[in-house]
Design a protein around this ligand. Structure first.
Ligand SMILES: [Zn+2]
Ligand SMILES: [Zn+2]
Length: 412
């Protein structure tokens, strides 16, 4: 799907090419497209039928067996839309573990080039309570991977880019252009190495593309990249052929579980006030009583952490960045026996990724960014790479496209 607003679509207005920090004006053409797109979406949403998707046939040598996927329209999660309307409802929904999850979905797990079963790099992080998606890297075809998943591009709020190699950024322009037609985000923030801003600027200028929403590009340096009330994102330099950054998303510690039975026993009527109490705030009730929310909550719950390191050969900064993380997603391009190739190309072997996980004391290693050279019929297969990693760090799994790994809330 070509989603860019073509030259002249804005009634002859000159295309704006400055993306950095720029607010690119809406065009009448884009507005029409957005409303048409929304009509289509709402029609689709009104359907609640099962549908069967048959995966494309795979060639011999593919690393994933042919399969038939039965998909079900995702049930609506009320908390995403209801959060601002009804704080009381939000409290009730957010207390459910099934909703209070951070989910990592792999949209591309191949290095360099796509294969029939693996696209090039992209990982989506779904922050369930916010109804937001954060994307890490955006290889070519990422927007097509979205179409084949349960994820919605309209929920993308931030994009973090590790480095400027094509298998990590060639999908970015198409995705950004399509987002403007599928939705109307308040703004998308993109973080990455310094050349990213010039790259997007040039792509926009030469393809005469302008976005119907603000896009802000941030050139990152080692250290803090983003912070708000709930999350903190930092990056560190990795060792690769070009400047590359690994990212760590750290959820901040959260208030402990709210004791609803005790609140009821105290005669506090359910409603938005429960949300305030759960956040540990003081509230004044209609009867004049003042209640300290922290007395109704358990011990603070530790935040969750996800670290994304690619592309890199083994480096101490990756260990530092991943210290005690819940999940480390680390590139695992080569088998241990191909270590020379890994050093030459500044990539990691299975054993290097495992050593980073071990050294950092993470809970889980998810290996990704596999070289297409390893297939089920090759002398060394992906299973061998994972076995090599597990020999050093047992809690290792291999990512595959569309795999979702959920992080439930942690208890104190
Ligand atoms: Zn790569
Ligand atoms: Zn690279």
């Amino acid at each position: 799907m070509v989603a860019a607003v073509p030259d002249g679509a804005g009634g002859g207005r000159k295309p704006q090419a400055d993306i950095s920090g720029g607010h690119l004006g809406r065009t009448s053409r884009a507005d029409i497209s957005v409303s048409e797109s929304r009509a289509t979406v709402s029609k689709w949403k009104s359907q609640s039928t099962f549908y069967v998707s048959i995966a494309p046939p795979l060639r011999a040598g593919s690393d994933r067996p042919s399969e038939i996927l039965l998909r079900l329209s995702r049930p609506k999660r009320r908390c995403r839309r209801a959060s601002r309307r009804d704080a009381g409802q939000q409290w009730q929904d957010s207390s459910s573990e099934s909703i209070d999850r951070v989910e990592i979905t792999f949209l591309g797990t191949s290095s360099g080039v796509p294969t029939r079963s693996r696209n090039v790099s992209s990982v989506a992080l779904r922050l369930s309570q916010r109804g937001e998606l954060w994307l890490f890297d955006c290889g070519e075809g990422t927007q097509h991977q979205f179409l084949r998943s349960d994820l919605k591009v309209s929920q993308i709020r931030r994009i973090f880019v590790t480095h400027m190699h094509g298998d990590h950024i060639f999908g970015l322009m198409g995705l950004l252009a399509s987002i403007g037609l599928a939705s109307s985000p308040d703004r998308i923030d993109i973080y990455g190495p310094a050349p990213l801003s010039d790259y997007l600027d040039a792509c926009s200028r030469y393809s005469k593309t302008r976005f119907s929403y603000p896009v802000r590009v941030h050139s990152v340096k080692p250290g803090l990249v983003f912070e708000d009330k709930e999350y903190r994102v930092e990056c560190q330099r990795l060792d690769h052929r070009v400047t590359a950054y690994g990212y760590r998303v750290q959820e901040k510690d959260r208030p402990g579980r709210f004791d609803i039975d005790r609140a009821k026993a105290l005669g506090i009527p359910p409603g938005p006030v429960y949300g305030q109490l759960q956040r540990g705030e003081w509230v004044e009730l209609d009867d004049g009583r003042r209640i300290d929310g922290s007395t109704l909550c358990g011990a603070p719950r530790p935040g969750r952490s996800v670290v994304y390191c690619t592309d890199t050969v083994y480096c101490d900064n990756a260990v530092k960045l991943a210290r005690d993380a819940d999940v480390l997603i680390h590139e695992t391009t080569f088998a241990h026996g191909d270590a020379q190739m890994a050093y030459d190309r500044q990539h990691s072997t299975s054993t290097m990724a495992a050593q980073v996980a071990l050294g950092a004391g993470v809970k889980q290693l998810i290996a990704t960014h596999f070289s297409p050279r390893y297939t089920p019929t090759s002398t060394v297969s992906l299973n061998d790479l994972i076995d090599e990693a597990r020999a050093i760090f047992p809690n290792t799994i291999a990512a595959r496209d569309f795999m979702t790994h959920a992080l439930p809330p942690k208890e104190a």
